[in-house]
Write a protein of this length. Sequence first.
Length: 192
Amino acid sequence: MAENDDEPKKSKGFLIKIILFVVGGFVLIGAGLGGGYMLFGAAQPDPSEQIEEIIERKMQEAEAAEQEALDNETAQRVSKETPEVENFVTIYYEFPGTFTSNLMGSRKMLQVGVGVSTQYDDSIMEMVESHQLALRSVVLGVLSEFGEEDVQGIAGREKLAVAMRDAMNAKLVSLEDFGGVAEVHFTSFVLQ
């Protein structure tokens, strides 16, 4: 019988230990959840409120900057009178078709569309149109005098345009006793 008395005491102590561990576990879990809620959950502001505050602040800054710009603009605005300058009307004429010529010392060809301009009256463009055949011949002659390296880049194209203008004016002077072509413009420029 002595053996029977020891068993209930052992099982009672074991049962108390299990209950204490379970209760202690619940207490620790509750403390962890409560602490986490206090740190991260309870005091967090609503993000939509923060966004509204930021938008409101930006709107106020924009209004202030706009008002400042208006104040500065009215203070700095000074009107100047535009000087009266006599402007000349520029008249343009484009040769129909394109000009194609072999380049000097090269197997490549240059194909250009050409237009001319003047600030004289319409009579210059009438002369250009009436002597178009002779001027086309002059332009082709000038094109054939240039090499591949001569027409590359902006400077080369400007040099070609000046040479064409001078040759056209010389031909018009020989035909009509007056040149009058102010500038030559390229409407197309293809080097093949």
